[in-house]
Design a protein around this ligand. Structure first.
Ligand code: M6R
Length: 597
C-alpha cells in the first residue's frame, strides 16, 4: 500500500525522487521521505503529502537515493514513522512496502542486543537487522537479514559503505527497475517511471537485485542466478499525466471511449472472440475479486451464465481464502484485479490453485504479480492513477462480455443472432460512451443539486444491480456520503425502511427484461417521498412520468448498457465530490492498491 522509489545515475537524485514519489502517491499519502547518499546519508521526512516533503526538504546533493510514500499500517502517520528508516549508526537506510509479520519478535531481539528504535513501524526492524548481519557487503547482509523475516516486502536499501549502489528485494509486493541512459530507476510500479524510460525489469518474488554503475544483477534470495528479461512497456507516458484535467479521475473517465476501443481491438472478428489466454472447458467458474473488481465479477456472473450456461459463483477474495472453499480441477477460478497486486485476490487464487482448480486472471497492470500466478487476459485500460477505479471497471466489464461470448460459442449455447447483436453493440460502444461524455454537463448540473445530500441509495436489477453497487461505492469513496447499493427487488425486504422524504435514490432503469419491474420499484420509493434520479435510455419517453431527474444513455443492448450507465454514475460521483470540495484523486484513508491484508 506504500510506494517505494530509488534512483542511481548522473543527475541529482532529489528532483528525480520527488517526481517518482508524486507519481506513486496514489499508493499512499500519509507521509513521505527520502534518503540521499553523499558521503553520509541525509534524510528528509514529512507527515502528509509529497508536496509537504518537497516544501521542507533543504538542498541535498547526491546522485543516489531512495524514497517512500506511506499508507500507514503500523504506527500513526508522522514524520518519525515515515520512511526511510535507518540503523543505529545512520549508515544504512531502507524503504519498505509490505508488512513484516514477525517484527515484534525481531524487534525484541534487536533491542536486547542494543539497537535503538525511533519509530513504531514494523519496517524499522529491517535496517537494524541488516546492521546486525552486516559483513562488509550490503547485498549479502540484506540477503542474510531477509532470511529471518516473515511477511511481505519490496525494499530498497542504501549504505554509506557502498555509496554507488542500491540493493533491492521483493516478496509479495511489487517492484520494478527502469533502465535509462546510464541511470536506473526503482519503483513500486511502472506508471511512475514511464516518463523516464519504457525499458524495465520486473523483479520476481524471492529475488534480490544489486544496482550500480555496472548495471543490474539479480539473483534469488538463496543465491541462485536469475536471467531477467528487459521488457519494453508500450504505454504512452502521457497516459500517466493529468493532461490538463483537474483530476486524474476525470481524465480517466473521459479516456473510456479510447480505452474500450483498445480493450476490444483485434479481439472480435467473424471467426469469433480472440483472447490472450485459453478458456478451459469447466463445470463451474468461480470469480474472485475485491471492491470495484468484485462488482465487475458480479456482472461477469450474469453474462457468463446467460450466454455460456456455466454456473458461476462470485466471491469476495478476502472471504474466499478463509472459508475452506470447495473447489477442484473441474473449476476455473477467474481473479479480476486492476492492479494485479491485491493481496487478498492473490492469496485467494493461490488457495484455489493449491486445491487443483484451473486459474485465469483479468488484469490491467502490466507485469504485476498476478501475471506470474496464472495466464491472464489484459484489460488494456492503461495506467489508472485516480484511487477510484473508473476505466479499469468498464474495461473489465467489456472483457467479461468477451469471455461470456467466447465460452457461449465454444459450448454452442449462444445463437449466431445473439453473438452478432453483441458484437455489433460492442463495436458501437466507444461511440456511445462518447455520447454519454458529451452530455457530462447535464450530469454535472444534476450532481450539483445533490451535493449537499447526506445519504444516497442506488438500485438496479439484473445486470444493472452490480452497477448500482458500483455507483454507491464510487460515490462514498470520493464524496464520503453514506450510500447503499441494492437489488431493487430487495426493497420490500429491508431497504425501503431507509426511505424518507427527499432522500435521493438513483435508479438504473435502462430498457431490459426487468424494466417494468424497475418502474414498479421506482413507484415504491417515490410513494415514500424519495427524490429519484433515473438513468434511462435516450428513446425512453415514459420515464419522466416516474422520476424527478433523468440522466440519459444511448439505446443499447441490455447486456452492454451497464457499461454506459457506469460512466454516468462515475461522472455523477465525481461531480458530487467536486462540489463538496473533496480530495477526489486521493480519498481519505484509501490507497490505490491494497497489497496488505
Ligand atoms: O487492483 P484491484 O482491482 O484488485 O483492487 C480492488 C479494490 O481495491 C479496488 O477496486 C477499490 O475498491 C477501488 N478503489 C474502488 O474504486
Amino acid at each position: 500500500m506504500c510506494g517505494i522509489v530509488g534512483y542511481l545515475g548522473k543527475s541529482e537524485a532529489v528532483p528525480v525522487l520527488f517526481d517518482l514519489l508524486r507519481r506513486l502517491e496514489y499508493r499512499g499519502y500519509d507521509s513521505a521521505g527520502i534518503a540521499i547518499l553523499n558521503g553520509s546519508i541525509q534524510t528528509s521526512k514529512a507527515k502528509g503529502r509529497v508536496d509537504n516533503l518537497i516544501s521542507i526538504t533543504p538542498e541535498i546533493m547526491g546522485c543516489t537515493g531512495i524514497g517512500h510514500t506511506r499508507w500507514a499500517t503500523h504506527g500513526e502517520p508522522s514524520s518519525e514513522n515515515a520512511h526511510p528508516h535507518c540503523n543505529c549508526e545512520g549508515s544504512i537506510a531502507v524503504v519498505h512496502n509490505g508488512i513484516i509479520e514477525n517484527y515484534i519478535e525481531l524487534k525484541d531481539k534487536l533491542i536486547a542486543s542494543g539497537h535503538k528504535f525511533r519509530s513504531e513501524t514494523d519496517s524499522e526492524v529491517l535496517p537494524h537487522l541488516i546492521e546486525e548481519y552486516y559483513d562488509g557487503d550490503l547485498e549479502s547482509s540484506v540477503r542474510n537479514a531477509l532470511s529471518h523475516v516473515r511477511g511481505s516486502y519490496a525494499i530498497a536499501v542504501v549504505s554509506t559503505d557502498e555509496p554507488d549502489q542500491i540493493v533491492i528485494a521483493r516478496k509479495d509486493s511489487p517492484l520494478v527497475i527502469g533502465l535509462g541512459n546510464n541511470e536506473h530507476f526503482v519503483a513500486s510500479d511502472v506508471a511512475a517511471i514511464l516518463k523516464h524510460t519504457k525499458d524495465v525489469i520486473f523483479m520476481g518474488d524471492g529475488e534480490i537485485g544489486v544496482i550500480n554503475g555496472g548495471g543490474v544483477k539479480v539473483t534469488t534470495l538463496g543465491g541462485g542466478s536469475v536471467e531477467k528479461n528487459i521488457e519494453t512497456i508500450d504505454w504512452d507516458p502521457e497516459s500517466a499525466e493529468k493532461s490538463g484535467y483537474e483530476h486524474f479521475m476525470l481524465k480517466e473517465i473521459f479516456e473510456q471511449p479510447a480505452v474500450i476501443r483498445e480493450t476490444l481491438s483485434g479481439r472480435i472478428s467473424s471467426d469469433g472472440i480472440d483472447l490472450d489466454a485459453a478458456l478451459p472447458n469447466v463445470r463451474r467458474i468461480v470469480i474472485l475479486a475485491c471492491g470495484t473488481s468484485y462488482h465487475a465479477g458480479l456482472f461477469g456472473r450474469y453474462v457468463i451464465e446467460r450466454f455460456a450456461r456455466i454456473p458461476v459463483d462470485v466471491e469476495i477474495a478476502s472471504e474466499f481464502r478463509y472459508i475452506d472453499p470447495i473447489i477442484d480441477c473441474g473449476d476455473l477460478v477467474i481473479a479480476i484485479t486492476q492492479s494485479g497486486e491485491t493481496a487478498d485476490t492473490l492469496a485467494a487464487i493461490r488457495e484455489a490453485g493449491s486445491r487443483g482448480s484451473q486459474k485465469l486472471g483479468v488484469v490491467n497492470m502490466l507485469g504485476s504479480s498476478i501475471t506470474r500466478e496464472c495466464p491472464c487476459i489484459q484489460t488494456r485500460a492503461g495506467p489508472e492513477i485516480g484511487v477510484a477505479a473508473t476505466k479499469s471497471f468498464t474495461s473489465q466489464l467489456a472483457v467479461l462480455l468477451l469471455i461470456a461470448i467466447r465460452l457461449g460459442s465454444e459450448r454452442r449455447m449462444i445463437t449466431t443472432a445473439e453473438m452478432n447483436d453483441l458484437a455489433a453493440g460492442l463495436r458501437q460502444i466507444s461511440g456511445n460512451i462518447q455520447r454519454v461524455l458529451n452530455d457530462a454537463a447535464r450530469t454535472r448540473e444534476c450532481a450539483k443539486l445533490f451535493a449537499g445530500a447526506n445519504q444516497f441509495m442506488f438500485m438496479g436489477r439484473g445486470a444493472n444491480y452490480p452497477c448500482a453497487l458500483e455507483g454507491a461505492l464510487k460515490l462514498k469513496e470520493i464524496s464520503y456520503i453514506p450510500a447503499e447499493g441494492f437489488a431493487a427487488g430487495e426493497l420490500k425486504h429491508g431497504p425501503l425502511a431507509l426511505i424518507y422524504e427527499g432522500i435521493p435514490v438513483v435508479a438504473i432503469a435502462t430498457k431490459d427484461a426487468v424494466y417494468e419491474k424497475m418502474l414498479g420499484n421506482i413507484k415504491e420509493v417515490k410513494a415514500r417521498g424519495a427524490t429519484v434520479i433515473g438513468i434511462a435510455n435516450e428513446s425512453d419517453t415514459e420515464i419522466e412520468r416516474y422520476v424527478d431527474h433523468v440522466l440519459r444513455v444511448p439505446d443499447a443492448d441490455p447486456w452492454i448498457a451497464p457499461i454506459l450507465s457506469s460512466v454516468v454514475l462515475q461522472l455523477f460521483a465525481y461531480y458530487v465530490a467536486y462540489y463538496r470540495d473533496c480530495e477526489i484523486d486521493k480519498p481519505r484513508n484509501l490507497a490505490k492498491s491494497v497489497t496488505v491484508e
